[in-house]
Each structure stands twice: as structure tokens, then as C-alpha cells.
Design a protein around this ligand. Structure first.
Ligand code: COD
Length: 305
């Protein structure tokens, strides 16, 4: 079982072919080269060749052994990456210097896209000293304001990742701003309904859903005791399900920037994993996400569908 971000690097399996879309980015290139040197990936670079070689030369890395597809237009580069994935020529994709929405629109393209599940969603994994285990956060990167039905898919997608990393019991905290259902706060209504669905047996047997929870109840037993909340999920959540992208983005950035957490993130639900890091993420975070993409590709999570 994967208990730390470092464990992501110890999954056995041959190097996976990774297409880097819009590779003309310093940190992305460094992470791709390092992942190759660690035996995790075989990068295929798509992007502006002149700029990429200039960056590589400036930072002293050798990219001459990698296959390169010259395409400086980021929309076209995204299309090439997606088509390489759909024809099985690469095992996963990594976002380089391209807007998230441009790459995702290519992934979702109705004619040649690689959507596989009903809903694609973003899953981040955090390791932070103030929490006793890895914490999954979803969806702070793709779905803006998911409906109740979409939240069910988001939970199931994140659970696939959790299972692939060895979790046997998956505790999901449906977050809102308080622990009581309040019609004036739609997030509490959905969280309450998700709990009801869990109680009615609508999730897989290894998933436990509880909510609504404010963040403190999801991650602190002490907060649960003080507020009189008795829950298997309270203080021990594996997955934080957020009601919207703003809360997901905020919690994620707070863990990274204020609590010095380590992270890795991917999009799940396309025919291949998609490594989607923020432009400001450092090389280590990008490498962690590659290791996660590699782990998910090796475990063939997407083949289950
Ligand atoms: N899974 C499957 N299909 C989807 C999804 C999804 N998550 N999202 C949209 N679709 C389908 C819709 O059903 C529809 O058929 C088609 O795609 C277009 O849907 P729209 O018009 O709602 O969406 P778009 O194309 O305008 O945008 C979808 C994106 C995923 C591109 C958009 O939501 C987006 O840009 N998300 C990322 C936000 C971001 O920038 N994150 C980074 C910072 S946190």
C-alpha cells in the first residue's frame, strides 16, 4: 500500500511512455528528464522545438534522446497529444505550458477525444505533517460546480485512485461550511444526500461517505469530540470531496503554501491518466504527479471500465 508520496516512486513496472504537451517549460522539462532517469517514463515531447532546446541548453539537460514532435501552437499540440493517447502510442499525458482548459477541451473533443468514463475529474493527493495519512482532494482542478450526480462520479473516480494505491476502506468526507444540513447552503444539502445514498447502499462496499462536514471535522478527531460528532469518517477522512473548484483550489493551495505539504495530482476518467500540475508548481510536485500518473497507468485503473 502507498503510504507516502515517496512510495509512488517504488511501484514496479516498466517505464511508461508519456507525451508532454507544450513541453517548452523549464520545470516540466526538468521533471520529465528526471522521471526518465529514474526509469519511470519514456518522454515524448510535443512543442516548440527551438524554445525547448534553448531551455534545455540553459539549464544543462540533455533531451536529444527523446522523440520530438514540433508544434508551437498549443491547441494543435494538445490535439496531437490526445490523438497519440487514443491510438495507444503513449500511456499517459502531461500538461506543459498550455492552459488547463485548452488541454481538457482536446481531451473531451467529441470526434477524437479520449473521454472514457461518464465524468472526468481531478484528484490531488497530499502528504502533510499535520495529518496522519495521505489525503485525497477532489475536485479542485476540473469540474467547476458539480451537481449531486456528478459528485457521485467524482467520489467513484477518486476511489478508483485510492484503491489502485492500496486502500481497502475509503472514507469520504463531503465538505461544506458546517455539519448540519441547511437549505441556505446548497453544499450541505448535497453532502446530506450523499450520506443518505451511502446509507442506502448506493456506493461500493469499500466506500464510506459522511457529511456535511466542515474541514475541521473531516481531519480532526478533537474537533469531532468538541462538536459531539460521532463518525467513522470524522477526523480520519481519506478523501475530501469539495462542493466546488474554489474550495478545492483553496484547500490545496493552503496545504502547499501554508502547511508545506507535498502533493501529486492527475485527471482520471480519460483513456489514459493526465498529469495536470499548476504552472507555479515546483519540479518536485511535477515529478510526484508523473510518478502518480505512472502508478495509475501501471495499475491499468482505466481498463476497469
Ligand atoms: N467529464 C466529462 N465530460 C465533460 C466534463 C467532464 N468533467 N466537463 C464537460 N464535459 C462535456 C460536457 O458534457 C459537454 O458535452 C462538453 O464536454 C462541453 O462542456 P461544457 O461546455 O460544460 O464545458 P467546456 O468545454 O466549456 O469546459 C469544460 C472544461 C473541463 C474544459 C472546463 O470546465 C475547464 O476548463 N475546467 C478546468 C478549470 C481550470 O482551469 N482548472 C485549473 C485551475 S484550478
Amino acid at each position: 500500500m502507498i503510504k507516502s508520496i515517496a512510495d509512488l516512486y517504488n511501484i514496479n513496472g516498466q517505464a511508461r511512455k508519456m507525451a508532454v504537451v507544450a513541453c517548452q517549460d523549464h520545470e516540466v522539462l526538468e521533471a520529465a528528464v528526471e522521471s526518465y532517469e529514474m526509469g519511470l517514463t519514456e518522454p515524448l515531447l510535443i512543442g516548440d522545438k527551438n524554445k525547448t532546446y534553448e531551455i534545455a541548453q540553459n539549464i544543462g539537460i540533455d533531451i536529444s534522446k527523446f522523440e520530438f514532435i514540433q508544434e508551437q501552437d498549443i491547441v494543435k499540440a494538445s490535439e496531437i497529444g490526445v490523438k497519440l493517447a487514443s491510438s495507444g502510442q503513449v500511456d499517459f499525458l502531461m500538461k506543459g505550458l498550455v492552459d488547463t482548459s485548452i488541454l481538457l477541451k482536446a481531451v473531451l473533443n467529441k470526434d477524437w477525444g479520449i473521454r472514457k468514463f461518464k465524468l472526468l475529474s481531478h484528484v490531488m493527493i497530499y502528504q502533510v505533517n499535520t495529518y496522519h495519512k495521505l489525503l485525497f482532494l477532489t475536485d479542485g482542478g476540473m469540474n467547476l460546480q458539480p451537481s449531486l450526480e456528478e459528485k457521485v462520479d467524482i467520489i467513484n473516480n477518486a476511489s478508483l485512485v485510492a484503491r489502485a494505491l492500496g486502500l481497502k476502506e475509503i472514507k469520504v468526507a463531503a465538505l461544506a461550511a458546517k455539519e448540519k444540513v441547511d437549505p441556505k447552503m446548497p453544499a450541505t444539502l448535497d453532502a446530506g444526500k450523499l450520506k443518505e445514498m451511502y446509507l442506502e447502499g448506493k456506493f461500493a462496499e469499500d466506500i464510506i461517505v459522511d457529511g456535511p462536514f466542515a474541514l475541521d471535522l473531516a481531519v480532526s478527531k478533537q474537533a469531532c469530540e468538541i462538536k459531539g460528532v460521532n463518525s467513522m469518517v470524522g477526523g480520519d477522512a481519506d478523501i475530501l470531496l469539495v462542493p466546488n473548484i474554489e474550495m478545492g483550489n483553496g484547500i490545496g493551495k493552503a496545504i502547499t503554501y501554508l502547511a508545506n505539504g507535498e502533493s501529486a495530482g492527475i485527471i482520471i476518467g480519460a483513456s489514459v491518466p493526465i498529469v495536470l500540475t499548476s504552472r507555479a508548481d515546483d519540479k518536485k510536485t511535477k515529478l510526484n504527479s508523473i510518478a502518480l500518473g505512472n502508478a495509475i497507468a501501471i495499475n491499468s485503473v482505466h481498463d476497469e471500465f
